[in-house]
Design a protein around this ligand. Structure first.
Ligand code: SIN
Ligand code: FE2
Length: 226
């Protein structure tokens, strides 16, 4: 089978976080989740629960329920503001994003054995010139990325604890998802599972050059997120 050409703007950084930084990030996340517990999002139309549980930190958080997908400043179950983004996440953004403004949302995805995430685009943001920066902790997963259409050819590769992925340029609006996780492949989380963190800029940044265009046109039609 021919491999599809790699999409421009997809950057992989295997082993980006060493073990010490992974444990520091995990400690910071435990504080985040103590304040903003994982919740189970639901699909807007079908009302079916996601298999992935979620939380957020930063001024905005991504949520999904019967009313749709959106960013909001409050946790959907506690009604409290999301906790601030830990400094270690801001450092990661500064190191990898190449975008002058701070991230506004960090979506925390928790995958227990058997959880997965269907192919989707991240397109609920107003700023596509900023990349989505992703870091993974815990069990390895099979990550899949394609093109701008759901039907475009995809490629899949494993993401392990400490790996980072940057979806910028043309890859910013690439369909992507997680086919499966491989239980027992990491000892970082005492009870197993995988955590993925995605850092996002939601609104146009004030330091981003005015007129700075994203490499891809803003979409006109709202697509299902997941
Ligand atoms: C996501 O697309 O929000 C998560 C991707 C991942 O879990 O690696
Ligand atoms: Fe995504």
């Amino acid at each position: 089978m021919r491999r599809p050409p790699p999409i421009e703007g997809l950057r992989l950084r295997p082993g980006y976080l060493d073990h010490v930084r992974q444990t520091h990030l995990l400690d910071a996340l435990r504080d985040v989740l103590a304040e903003a517990p994982l919740f189970t999002p639901r699909m807007p139309k079908s009302d079916r629960p996601f298999t992935v549980r979620m939380s957020n930190c930063g001024p905005l958080g991504w949520v999904s329920d019967q009313y749709g997908y959106r960013y909001q400043p409050l946790h959907p179950e506690t009604g409290r503001p999301w906790p601030p983004m830990p400094a270690i996440l801001l450092d990661i953004w500064r190191e990898l994003a190449g975008y002058p403004d701070t991230p506004e949302a960090c979506l925390v995805n928790f995958y227990a054995a058997g959880a997965k995430m269907g192919l989707h685009q991240d397109r609920d943001e107003m700023e596509f010139a900023a990349p989505v920066v992703s870091v993974s902790l815990g069990d390895t997963c099979l990550f899949r990325v394609g093109g701008h259409r759901r039907s475009a050819p995809t490629q899949a590769f494993r993401l392990s604890s400490g790996d980072a992925v940057v979806l910028g340029g043309q890859a910013r609006l690439a369909f992507h998802g997680v086919d499966r996780i491989y239980p027992g492949t990491s000892r970082l989380l005492p009870e197993g599972g995988r955590i993925n963190l995605t850092l996002r800029r939601v609104t146009r940044g004030v330091f981003a050059k005015s007129g700075q265009r994203s490499a891809v046109e803003a979409p006109h039609v709202k697509q299902p997120q997941i």
